[in-house]
Structures are given as structure tokens and as C-alpha cells.
Design a protein around this ligand. Structure first.
Ligand code: ZN
Ligand code: ZN
Length: 276
């Protein structure tokens, strides 16, 4: 069986645990594959991203546990690269890259998508005249562009902009115009052969009751033969497999019969029943 999480944050960025604490917890929880994905350097836009100094320590720390625990768990060194942090990332040490959009650029300003409900309210009202769809268009435009980047393997939490929309205060999840913007983005991601992440992170942190992407988008991804992987976007070791069982159920209900896992020879498509 395969139990994998490739989206993991540690104390080197905004996570709560050391690299080794996370590894020990993953082994205890029966993970077979663990990938670290610290927030790649993206300052001054993102204060949660790793400093240059921390990036170096992060690389060597992951290399250390990779060897130390090699008989117990397969560990990979990755990074979560923000859309605006592309030029800062040195790819040669990395085994995979998650590409994520956390900010939108309005004029010359960078506005966070996932900071807080109040901040999102303010951005939509002040910069988009309260029009959620134009906000969504700009967000998905950036996700689309990122899917053209050769170095990116996985597109992270593709509908992060819905983080504070669990009560549908901005828009209904099945709004036709919204879905078409998202579908168009998914078409591009699939055309560019990137893996789309199913991400349970916002559930563990209490913002959402279902994973990203929303079930409507997941069904569309399956119908169009998109490839997915399941990640917990873990910031605390106890959440390494948060909502995994439920998410797997949803994934199967949406029709997927395969998922991707990371091997020493790159990403491999595997039967969904082999995942736990
Ligand atoms: Zn992220
Ligand atoms: Zn993350």
C-alpha cells in the first residue's frame, strides 16, 4: 500500500514542527512516502516564505533525515513555489516542485488570496468593485500561466480563492460562470500535463469542510483524464493525514481509478485501491 503526502511545512517556514519530528510522526502514521515542500523564498511579498538562510538549512536537514530513515520511509525534497517567487528557486537540489498561487497582482500591489476572510472581503470590494467573478478570473489566469512552467510538477490547491467561501458568501460553488472560469484553467493544466493536487489543509485548519478542489471541479478533472495526487498541506505533524480517508472516498466517488505517487524515477500513475 502507498500512503503519501508531498505537501509538508516545517519550522523553516510557517509549520510548527521540526523536519525530524514530522518524519517520526509520518512513520508512526504508516506513511510510505513523505515529501517536504517549504514555502520557497518569496520576500518581501510573503513573510511566511523561507529566508535564504533557512532554505539552506532546510535542504540539508531534509537530506539528513532522508538518509537516516531510508529503511523506514521514502523522503523527498521539494518546495512549494509561489507564482511570484519563481526566480528565487534553485531547482538543482529539488526532486519536485508544487506550484501555487497565494497572491494576485492588482496594479503594482500583491494581494493575498488566503490570509483571512476579512482581507478577502476587502480585496474583492476595493479592487474588484465587489465582483467575485473578475477576482476569480485574475486568480485563475495566474494558475493557468503557472501550469506552463516546465519546473512545476504539481499545481497546489487550485481553488484556494474559495478558502473563505464555505458558506458560499461570495458565490455558489455550482455557479455556472464561476465553473467555466475554473474549467478553462483545468483544461490548460491538463494540456500542460501537470498533476492537480487534492488538498485537505484547509479542513485541518477549520476553514473548509471539503478538500480543494471542490467536488464539481474534481468531477470535471476526472472526466477530462486529469491526474491527481492527495496531499494534506500539513503545518503540524498531527495533521499529516487529516481527512485522508474521507478525501479518498470523495476521489473515488468522483470517478478516479488512479492517482500519482512520487518514485525515484519521477511520478508514477497507480491504481487508486493501492492508496491508503
Ligand atoms: Zn499553499
Ligand atoms: Zn502549503
Amino acid at each position: 500500500m502507498i500512503k503519501q503526502n508531498l505537501h509538508t511545512h516545517s519550522i523553516y517556514c510557517d509549520g510548527k514542527n521540526t523536519i525530524e519530528e514530522i518524519v517520526l510522526s509520518a512513520i508512526e502514521k504508516g506513511f510510505t512516502i513523505l515529501g517536504f515542500s517549504g514555502h520557497g523564498y518569496n520576500r518581501p511579498i510573503d513573510d511566511y516564505s523561507m529566508t535564504r538562510e533557512n532554505t539552506k538549512l532546510y535542504y540539508s536537514d531534509v537530506e539528513y533525515v532522508k538518509n537516516k530513515y531510508k529503511d523506514k520511509i521514502k523522503i523527498y525534497l521539494g518546495i512549494e513555489q509561489d507564482y511570484f517567487g519563481r526566480n528565487f528557486v534553485n531547482h538543482k537540489f529539488l526532486e519536485y516542485i508544487i506550484g501555487s498561487v497565494h497572491f494576485i497582482k492588482v496594479g503594482n500591489e500583491y494581494k493575498p488570496v488566503d490570509l483571512s476572510s476579512d482581507v478577502t472581503d476587502y480585496i474583492i470590494k476595493e479592487y474588484f468593485n465587489g465582483d467575485f467573478l473578475s477576482y476569480a478570473k485574475l486568480y485563475y489566469e495566474e494558475v493557468k500561466k503557472m501550469s506552463y512552467w516546465e519546473e512545476v510538477d504539481i499545481i497546489g490547491h487550485i481553488d484556494l480563492l474559495m478558502k473563505f467561501n464555505d458558506d458560499e458568501k461570495y458565490i455558489k460553488f455550482n455557479n455556472y460562470d464561476y465553473l467555466n472560469i475554473a474549467y478553462d484553467c483545468i483544461d490548460t493544466i491538463i494540456k500542460n500535463n501537470k498533476i492537480i493536487e487534492v488538498n485537505t489543509g484547509a479542513i485541518s485548519r477549520g476553514y473548509r469542510t471539503s478538500p480543494y478542489p471542490h467536488i464539481k471541479l474534481l468531477e470535471y478533472i476526472d472526466k477530462n483524464n486529469g491526474k491527481i495526487c492527495l496531499n494534506s498541506d500539513c503545518h503540524e505533524k498531527t495533521n499529516l493525514d487529516c481527512y485522508y480517508e474521507e478525501a479518498l472516498k470523495i476521489i473515488k466517488q468522483c470517478g478516479f481509478d488512479k492517482m500519482m505517487y512520487l518514485s525515484d524515477n519521477g511520478f508514477v500513475l497507480q491504481n487508486i485501491n493501492l492508496f491508503k
